[in-house]
Design a protein. Structure first.
Lengths: 116, 111
């Protein structure tokens, strides 16, 4: 199944700055998903990144705040822009683990972001 | 939009006791997936259920999909400290590849 390398694993950032999170997959995948997991909470989908087209954002998330790049079928970045303490969360990328949903989805190890 | 209710939110058990978490949907599901997230870790896929009334086992874990495909359960027999973590169910939103996650059940095990 697909393996994802996500970095950074954690960061502490000043408010007003931006952080770019990277996910590298060891195989080509059509869609990559970006999630946010606030402390002690469930996963919330931020956006879906397709290679060659604009990312599609979920309600409550906008491109200006969370710009996404998807330059090829194995790589994507999510930027958290103009950060505030409310952005402190774990950010995860995810892809289908294999052909067909029987393998579920693989997640990156997550980026634990603290905004101070 | 698609929602799935998961209960209980927390469960604390003594090692050796059984544990069950439940997920319920108001609509018929095409499938349901289960994930485990260890403390400080990321979600890890456990299983997918597709067929009405399906029951699957993985060692001490038993997964069930309801006859109406609107509910599912994960049962752990004789919990061990290695079972600690949060268990999430996840369902596809509409006919898409996007997943909607339940709120999760956080399991703690007292040795």
């Amino acid at each position: 199944s697909a393996v994802i390398s996500q970095k950074p694993s954690r960061d502490i950032c000043q408010r007003g700055t931006s952080l770019t999170i990277q996910c590298q997959v060891d195989s080509q995948v059509t869609m990559m998903f970006w999630y946010r997991q606030q402390p002690g909470q469930s996963l919330t989908l931020i956006a879906t990144a397709n290679q060659g087209s604009e990312a599609t954002y979920e309600s409550g998330f906008v491109i200006d705040k969370f710009p996404i790049s998807r330059p090829n079928l194995t790589f994507s970045t999510l930027t958290v822009s103009n950060m505030s303490p409310e952005d402190s969360s774990i950010y995860l990328c995810s892809v289908e683990a294999g052909i067909g949903r029987a393998y579920g989805y693989t997640f990156g190890s997550g980026t634990r972001l603290t905004v101070v | 939009g698609q929602q799935v209710m998961q209960i209980p939110q927390y469960q604390h058990v003594q090692e050796g006791e059984d544990f069950t978490t439940y997920c319920n949907s108001s609509t018929t599901l095409s499938n349901i997936q289960w994930y485990k997230q260890r403390p400080g870790g990321h979600p890890v896929f456990l299983i997918q259920l597709v067929k009405s009334g399906e029951v699957k086992k993985q060692k001490r874990l038993t997964f069930q999909f309801g006859e109406a495909k609107k509910n599912s359960s994960l049962h752990i027999t004789a919990t061990q400290t290695t079972d600690v973590g949060t268990y999430f169910c996840a369902v596809p939103r509409g006919g898409s590849e996007k997943l909607v996650f339940g709120k999760g059940t956080k399991l703690t095990v007292n040795p």
